[in-house]
Design a protein around this ligand. Structure first.
Ligand SMILES: [Zn+2]
Length: 111
């Protein structure tokens, strides 16, 4: 059990963190491409095929994964949830810094 030393703002962040659902870091982009089949309409006139791609960074490399049509909305929700988590992580860190500053100020006043 971790320590619960935090500020009221930190407690609010923790409460929101408990509501986090599945998340996925990266971005979802919709692009078009040729499928490669020589007989397909896309080989000559078009239109091209729409594909959804998930991209993310692994170190310096950008990685890509194809997202099936049926999962697009769900994956978009995971990506949005990851952004929410990142925001909450920043907010929690700010709360803990505030907690430390408050402690220091109290110690200087002589407890
Ligand atoms: Zn095609």
């Amino acid at each position: 059990m971790p320590s619960l030393a935090t500020t009221p703002a930190g407690r609010r962040v923790l409460a929101r963190l408990r509501g986090i659902g599945p998340f996925l870091q990266g971005s979802l982009t919709i692009t078009t491409k040729r499928c490669g089949r020589p007989t397909c309409r896309c080989a000559t006139a078009g239109p091209l095929h729409e594909v959804a791609l998930l991209t993310w960074k692994e170190g310096a490399r950008t990685r890509t994964l194809h997202v099936p049509q049926a999962l697009r909305e769900e994956v978009a929700a995971w990506v949005a949830e990851a952004k929410r988590l990142k925001h909450l992580s920043h907010a929690m860190s700010a709360a803990q810094r505030a907690f430390l500053r408050r402690r220091r100020a109290r110690a200087r006043r002589g407890r």
